[in-house]
Design a binder for this molecule. Sequence first.
Ligand SMILES: Nc1ncnc2c1ncn2[C@@H]1O[C@H](COP(=O)(O)OP(=O)(O)OP(=O)(O)O)[C@@H](O)[C@H]1O
Length: 375
Amino acid sequence: MGSVKVKNLVKKYDKATALKGVNLDIKEGEFYALLGPSGCGKTTTMRCIAGFENPTSGEVLIGEKVVNSVPANRRNCGMVFQSYALFPHYNVFENVAYSLTIRDLYNGSFGQRAKTFARLIHKKLGKPSKEIQEKVHDALKYVELDHLADRGVNELSGGQQQRVALARALVMEPSVLLMDEPLSNLDKKLRNTMRTTIRKIQQDLKITTIFVTHDQEEAMSMADHVAVMRDGEIVQMATPTELYSNPKDPFVADFVGSSNIYQGKVVDRKENGDSIVKVNDNTILESTTHTDKEDVEVLVRPEGIEILKNGRMEDHNVLEATVKISTYLGPTIRYDIELAGMEVMVEEEFQPNTTLFKEGDVIKVFLPAERVLLI
Ligand SMILES: Nc1ncnc2c1ncn2[C@@H]1O[C@H](COP(=O)(O)OP(=O)(O)OP(=O)(O)O)[C@@H](O)[C@H]1O
C-alpha cells in the first residue's frame, strides 16, 4: 500500500537539470533518508513524489500504482516542511483538525467559492465532530502535545511547532510521510530529541517515510536506508553501516563522516588477495580490500587509527607520526598528526585514564589492515 518507487526520474528546469535519472525502491514501512549537499536534487525528488512537481520524464509509483497524473491531494502523502507552515490564527487543535475538516466538508471536492468555503471551515473547526476530535487528540498524543491543544501556535517553541506540523501530517493517516529538512530550524539538543520522537512514531505506525536532509548524522541515526545524492543523481544507496564502512567513492566517504583520503597505488597483492598499497609515494600499507584496480583512493576513518601505547606492538602498518594539534571533544579526543608528510586525523575515545598527547609529541600509530579501505 505505502511502497514508493521512482523510476528514472528526470526533472529539467529552464536553466538547470535538477534530476538526471533518479531511481528509488522503498518498501512499505521503510524509513529512507535522501542525503546530499545543497542543490543536489533532494527536494525536487520529494516534490515529484508528493505531486507538487511534474517530472520531465520517468515514473513515480505509490503502492505499485503510477501516480504521475494523480494530483497531490489524492496521493495520500503527508508532508512536513522545514518551515512548519502552521496557520498562525488557529490553535494547536485547529491546525491539526484543519485538513480533516476540509475532507469531511467536501470529501475532497473543492467546488465551493473560496469565501464561503473559508467561513464553513471556520465554523466547522469550532464544532468538530466526535470522530475528528478523537483523531486529532490521538495525533496530538503521538507527538506528546495533547495538553497544549488549546494553545495558539505562536505561543509554542520551535520544537513544539514542528510537533504540531507532524501531528497535522499524521492525522490524515497518510500512506507515505514525506519530511523535508524538518529539523533544520531547531537547535542541536532539540534536534536530537525530535530525531528520537520521529523515529519512534515511524516505527510504531510503520509508515513509509522519506526524510530529506543534508545532515549526515541525522540521516545515519534515523533511517533504515540512506540514498546519497550528488548533482541530480543517486551515488550510493545503502544501510547507514554499509555506507560508512563501504563508501563507493571519496565523495560518499567524505559526506558520511570524517575521513582521511589519499591517492594510492596497489603495488602488490598477497596470496589471499589482500593488497599492498603505496600511499603518497612513500608509505607502504597493507589493506584487506581486494581490488583489481591499480590507482586507488585510500580511506582511513579517524577512529580506525590506533595510537600505540604502553609498549604495544603490531607486526604491520605501524608508522611514526608527530602530533600537530590535539582537540578535546568530550567523549573523544582528536589529534591532527603529521605522518610521512601527510596530514592525518585520529580520533580516540576519551576516558579519565587516557594518555593525552600534546603538540610536538612523537607517537606510533597503527592502521589495522581492515580499516585501510581502497576505493
Ligand atoms: N523551481 C525551480 N526552477 C529552477 N531551478 C530549480 C527550481 N527548483 C530547483 N531548481 C534547481 O534544481 C536543483 C536541485 O534543487 P533542489 O531544491 O532539489 O536541491 P536540494 O538538494 O533540495 O537543495 P537544498 O538542500 O539547498 O534544499 C538546483 O540546482 C536548483 O537550483
